[in-house]
Design a protein around this ligand. Structure first.
Ligand SMILES: NC(=O)c1ccc[n+]([C@@H]2O[C@H](COP(=O)([O-])OP(=O)(O)OC[C@H]3O[C@@H](n4cnc5c(N)ncnc54)[C@H](OP(=O)(O)O)[C@@H]3O)[C@@H](O)[C@H]2O)c1
Length: 239
């Protein structure tokens, strides 16, 4: 029976993935901080067990994950906060970087000696760093850093037989995006996100991006000369 560890399992995409893998008979180790939402998830299936910890705390990660032996680790937990009109808020930036970049690395560090050949780690990034969106200084930088880290790690972990996948979602309807006060083109449901991630993982993909049309459109824009990209992105700057 496959064992899947999922961070961010108390909400949104991570919760959807946890339920989906449990539905298919996998043992799921569901991680998060919110005790009530984790407990509700545990009651969903006897195959789900819990680990409650803050992944920005390296020691807490080591203690929570020390006894975990997993076939698949999906590091999905993350946060999104935007800068307001270019005001550099160092506390906000530190929060976003420590959750989206240092947090997954703390988890990887805690798991690295127990991941067996044939296992896979999946890091949930974002398309937000493909273009230099205004207000996304912190969020985009955190996901760019995570993606860079994962793409290097893929090569370094190949010899030990541990695969690394990067997931780049567009907009998904979750508590994270329900705070947004701007149009979110091509937004998909958690169910669609779960299906796309599971399809990509099953095929052993190194990169998973969805929805496909939105991903292609962003890649096309990102291939334009920077001055042309800026002409488009400038329209999104708030006065
Ligand atoms: N939704 C989108 O449109 C979208 C698009 C691109 C990428 N993503 C990425 O997808 C991932 C999941 O996002 P989502 O939309 O499902 O968000 P969500 O519903 O807000 O869920 C975020 C999850 O992360 C956990 N988390 C946050 N900070 C944590 C910390 N310090 N320690 C441990 N767990 C922590 C939360 O746990 P608690 O609630 O228990 O604290 C929660 O389970 C994130 O990495 C996000 O950046 C989302």
């Amino acid at each position: 029976m496959m064992t899947v560890l999922i961070t961010g399992a108390s909400s949104g995409i991570g919760e959807g993935l946890a339920k989906s893998w449990a539905d298919d008979g996998c043992r799921v180790i569901a991680c998060g901080r919110d005790a009530a939402r984790l407990e509700a998830l545990r009651q969903y299936s006897p195959l789900i067990s819990l680990r409650q910890f803050d992944m920005t705390d390296a020691q807490a990660c080591r203690e929570a994950l020390a006894d975990c032996r997993v076939d698949l680790a999906v590091l999905c937990a993350g946060t999104c906060e935007y800068l307001d009109r270019g005001v550099i808020d160092v506390d906000l930036i530190a929060r976003v970087m420590s959750t989206n970049f240092t947090g997954p690395i703390n988890c990887l560090a805690a798991l690295q000696n127990t991941l067996a050949p044939g296992s896979r780690v999946v890091l949930v990034s974002s398309m937000a760093h493909w273009l230099h969106f205004p207000r996304a200084e912190a969020y985009g930088a955190s996901k760019a850093a995570l993606t860079w880290f994962a793409n290097c790690l893929r090569l370094d972990w190949e010899p030990k037989g541990v695969a690394v996948t990067v997931v780049s979602p567009g907009f998904v309807d979750t508590p994270l995006t329900r705070k947004n006060d701007f149009p979110m083109p091509a937004k998909v449901s958690v169910g669609q996100a779960v299906a796309a991630i599971r399809r990509g993982v099953a095929k052993g993909r190194a990169h998973i991006a969805f929805p496909t049309g939105f991903s292609l459109a962003l890649r096309l824009l990102a291939s334009l000369p920077q001055f042309m990209q800026n002409a488009l992105l400038r329209r999104m700057v708030r006065s």
